[in-house]
Design a protein around this ligand. Structure first.
Ligand code: FDP
Length: 312
């Protein structure tokens, strides 16, 4: 528990106060706060969007929701005016964008609306943010200082880590992010698994790993949205999510900068692991904005076991 917060006052600890008490550096906590506020606007847009497609494609050739573009615009405008951000990279844009004067401390990566294929089904979706201090073309381990994600589900929740543990906040009816879980730590081993990709496209080694989880009685929990699927592991304190190398796409599906680095940062801070099957996600050097990677992320026992199956 953060020093100075006792059980009695816990329920009224909001995000700003939590970061201040936790000793997060001022600019960083103001930036995290501003991004969390953008989550409220994105949530409002989700309600307004009426689940309509905009009818054009993003840089990966996927149908792009008006919602994706609007959310990206809201985020970039806020960051441009924040005074803390010199560069912005988003899954919705082709290149890194300079938005500051060059002296600002941070670079932000964003997947403003992840899980867009779920919007029409009314399943949970999310926003994923990475905050870097150095260059994006480095490893996450060398450049990241914080990460957060917002889950838009029946409740709106925000999980952040600025390198001092993982903390969850719930957006309450007054529009305040209120602390709900502090210093979340995964167990060594969990009970659920979320396997991405089609079984027919998996490699034999990956298939054997999944067969082992099934034989050991792990429960299948896959929503098709990275944010709720990772959030499930964090809140349930363990298990594994994987989007592996596929026969036709050896780099898998998920994007290193926008999806995997932020989730790996949070997962490690919660005592879990995130690898590409061999190396830590945070140790992979980024060479392209669009870089993808296979991923095994979750509690230590399952991610380590995945590595053993893949190296056989
Ligand atoms: P989506 O295509 O709906 O945007 O990378 C995006 C992502 O969703 C992740 O949120 C999710 O984990 C993954 O793709 C789901 O992929 P599959 O549809 O292949 O299961």
């Amino acid at each position: 528990m953060v020093e100075g917060i006792n059980d009695h006052t816990r329920c009224i600890v909001d995000l700003r106060r939590h970061m201040w008490i936790g000793g997060i550096e001022e600019d960083l906590r103001r930036l995290i706060w501003q991004i969390a506020v953008v989550g409220k606007y994105i949530s409002a847009k989700i309600h307004e969007s009426n689940r309509k497609l905009a009818g054009f494609k993003n840089v990966y050739g996927e149908d792009q929701l008006a919602l994706d573009r609007i959310s990206d615009d809201i985020l970039i405008n806020m960051l441009r005016n924040s005074g803390f951000v010199r560069e912005y990279a988003s899954e919705e844009l082709e290149d890194i964008v300079t938005i500051g004067h060059g002296q600002e401390k941070y670079i932000v990566t964003a997947d403003p609306v992840d899980g867009s294929s779920l919007v029409d089904t009314n399943l949970a979706i999310g926003t994923i943010i990475g905050i870097h201090q150095n260059s994006l073309f480095d490893s996450g381990r060398n450049s990241m200082v914080a990460a957060l994600y917002i889950t838009y589900g029946p409740l709106i929740t925000m999980i952040y880590s600025a390198g001092k543990g993982v903390h969850e906040f719930v957006l309450d009816r007054e529009g305040e992010y209120v602390l709900s879980e502090e210093n979340i730590r995964l167990k060594e081993k969990g009970a659920i698994f979320s396997p991405g990709g089609l079984r027919k496209d998996w490699t034999d080694k990956h298939l054997k790993f999944i067969n082992k989880l099934e034989a050991d009685g792990y429960k299948l929990r896959y929503s098709g949205g990275l944010v709720p699927d990772i959030n499930q592991l964090i809140i349930k304190r363990g298990g594994v999510f994987t989007y592996p190398a596929l026969r036709k796409s050896p780099r898998g599906k998920l994007r290193l900068l926008f999806e995997l680095q932020p989730m790996a940062f949070i997962m490690e801070q919660a005592g879990g692991l995130a690898t590409d099957g061999k190396d830590d996600i945070l140790s992979l050097k980024v060479t392209s904005v669009n870089q993808r990677s296979p991923v095994y992320i979750g509690s230590a026992a399952e991610v380590t076991m995945a590595g053993q199956f893949l190296s056989q």
